[in-house]
Structure formats: C-alpha cells, structure tokens
Design a protein around this ligand. Sequence first.
Ligand SMILES: C[S@@+](CC[C@H](N)C(=O)[O-])C[C@H]1O[C@@H](n2cnc3c(N)ncnc32)[C@H](O)[C@@H]1O
Length: 276
Amino acid sequence: MKQLRYLLNIVPSNTLGNRGCAVSSAVPVGVALHKDTPLVTHNTIPSSNDVCPHCFSTLTGKASSCRCSNSPYLDALQRHCIPSLLQDNLGGHHSRLEGLTIKALIQLTVQPEDYISKYQNLCYTVLPDDYLKGVMKGLGEVYSLVTSKHPRFVEDNMAMVMGRVRLNQIGFENEHGNCGAVFDTLSYVNHSCVPNSEIEWEESGNCTLHSVKEINEGEEVTFDYLGGGKDLGVAKRRQLLEEMWGFKCNCEACQIRRKKGKGRVMGKRLQLKKFK
Ligand SMILES: C[S@@+](CC[C@H](N)C(=O)[O-])C[C@H]1O[C@@H](n2cnc3c(N)ncnc32)[C@H](O)[C@@H]1O
C-alpha cells in the first residue's frame, strides 16, 4: 500500500455545487488519496463514535461496554432497534435513513462545539415539516426521554441533522445490512458518472478514497455516489441522484449527453464476426 501523500483540499467547485475536493499534486492510478473517520455513523454497524446518551461512555458497538447498560432507552437509541422502532411506528421505508439521523443526533449531542461546527459546515437540504413530525412520532416515548436529557435534541436540530445526513452520507452494504456515515472531508467530494476515484470501506467504519484514473494537480476528485459497477442505465441514475441527493448531475458525461441532445445514440463497440 502506497503512502497517503496526495493532499486533498476542499476547494470551490465550478460545475458540481459550491465546494468540492481537489488534489494538490498529480496522482497516478491506484493510490490512496485520503483516509477519513466518520463524524457520525449509521446504526446498523457498531462504530467507535457510538456513545451512551445516558452516561456518555463510548459504546464501541456493544451495550455491555456502557457503564449504565441498564439504561431503559439505551438500547432503543443506540443499537439496531431504532430502525425497528421507526418501522413499527411508521412502516417500512422510513426506517433506514431516519435510524441513521437519529443516531447521528445522539452522537452530536455529546460532542464539543468545534466538532459540531465541522458538521454544520456541510451542505444541507430542507426537509418538509410533516416528514420531520412523522419521524418524531415514530420515535414515540424515546423522543421525550431524549429531549428531556439533551437540550440540543430539539426540533430545529433534528431538521438540521437530518438535512445534512441526507446530503452527505456515504453508504455501503455488507453483512450488517445497509451502513453509512458522514465524513469530515470525504463528504465534500462531489459525484461523477465517470469518476476518477473510488471509496473503500473498512470494517472500522473508516473510509479511504483511491484514484482509479490519473488526476492532474489541482483537478477535482469525484466518485460515483451510486457505487461504481452497477449497470443502472442513464435514466435510472438520474432519477436516483435527484431523489437521494436532490441534484441534476452536471458531470462531464452528463454535460456531453445534454449537448448531444435526446435524439443521439451513444456509440458502442461493434461486435465483429470471427473470420475463419
Ligand atoms: C455530499 S455534497 C458534496 C459537497 C457539496 N458540493 C458542497 O458544496 O458542500 C452533495 C451535493 O453536492 C452537489 N453535487 C455533487 N455532485 C454533483 C454533480 N455531479 N452535479 C451537480 N451537483 C452535484 C449537489 O448539490 C449534492 O447535493
């Protein structure tokens, strides 16, 4: 494994949103550009960010590591049951993303201000009021328990955290199910359908960005938010990017497609018959 010596800077991005990330020197293919630890993590994977909302000790993914493991709402908040709680109260599709955001909020309630301000620098989407109310309702009794203990856990904060998780999470699937996290630097990396880098997850929840193309000094670094390798088709990709991250993709490939117009068919290699 080569050294991480290619500094990733957060820079203004001309075409892909306000800010993006660029490398400070030319990069060959196949090197680790940046390794990041999560600011907040998804709740279906144990993480070193997990804290008990009652005694504030680190959980490292195990309730038994908490000094007050008898806390009546610890389990409901910190472990796998937030998705099930929401699923029971609200039904299916709400459970995953909201599970993440509630856990994110719990993690933030015990962090110092400078840590929270890192999170607050990330971009944000406004979520509809009824959506937010639905999630609070879904939390049932747990909501009033947490609000009484954590003043930061108020409606405005919930909206802020959910809006930021929605736009900045990087997700993956493994044997624990759907996982994801929001990162200090990697969450600033923009999407491209023809990316020059890829995300690699580690069991620890850390994430590393690797180059998959040569990248010039100062060039913006991108990865595929939909996970490379999935043959989704252009229309489906556009729909998912808009639904999940709220943007119309303006990457190099999509700009070319738009310029060429709807009527044009993209070229492909011809399959030649073999000659004997
Ligand atoms: C995770 S944030 C990336 C950082 C963000 N550009 C910023 O200024 O903080 C994701 C947001 O960046 C913008 N973005 C990322 N990739 C894009 C793309 N290919 N085309 C247009 N906007 C993009 C969208 O606004 C999207 O919701």
